[in-house]
Design a binder for this molecule. Sequence first.
Ligand SMILES: [Zn+2]
Length: 249
Amino acid sequence: MSEMRVWQNHRGHLLDTVKGFDVIECEPCGFKHIIPIPTIDELEVVYRQEYYSLEKPLYLERHKEDLEWWNLVYSERYDTFEELLPPHRRRILDVGSGPGLFLIHGEQQGWQTLGIEPSTQAAAHSCGLGLEIVQDFLTEQTAKQLGTFDVVHMSEVLEHIPDPRGMLNIARSLLAPEGLICVVVPSDYNPFQQVLRTACGYKPWWVAPPHHINFFDFESLSHLLSSTGFGIVLREATYPHRHVPADGR
Ligand SMILES: [Zn+2]
C-alpha cells in the first residue's frame, strides 16, 4: 500500500505527485483530490482571465467541428430533464456556462435560461448570443441574486472547485422543490488509464494542477451527492465503464 499524506483536515493514500501537488485518496472527503488545495484567490485569475485564452483557445473551433455530436448530447440532456419534470418547469441555471452553447440549445428547446460564468471572454461570447449571463463565480454571495431553478446544470465544474461539497450545497439552495441537479465530471483514474499506465508506461496526464483538483468516479460522485442531500435518479457514462452489480457477479 502507498504511503499516507495529511494536509489540514485531508488525509489519504498517495496516488501521484505532479508539479508539487500530491493526489490522495482522501478519506474524510470520500474522493480523490490534490493537496495542497488551491485557494479561490489563486484560481481567480485563472478562470476570470486565462482559462479560455490560454488553456482552451480552440474551444469554440473544436466545438464547431463536433457540433452534430454536441447537439445530440444536449438534446438528450434536455429531453431527460423534460421527462423528469412537469411541463411548466423549464427554468435552468448553467454553472460555468462557458461560451453559452448548452444554454442556447435550451433556449431553442423552449427553456428559460441563466448562466453564471467567471471568464470574461466566455461571458462576452454568451452575451453576444443574446443570453443572460452573470459574470462571476458561484458563491453564497452571488447565489443570492440568481433566484430559483428547476434544473441546476454543472458540466465539468466540480473537478475544478476547491470545495465541491460547498458548491453542491449552494446549488441545492437554488433549486425549487423537486428540482434537478445535473453534474458532469471526467472519470479519471479509470480502468483504461490504469491499463495504459501499467502496460504501456504512460504518465498520469489527467493530473493537471491547478486546473483539476478533484477526481471522481460513479461511486465517489454518487456518495458526495447523496451526502449533500440529493437523491440519485440517473447515472450515465459516455463510454463503457466497469460496473460491478450489487451481488458481485
Ligand atoms: Zn479531502
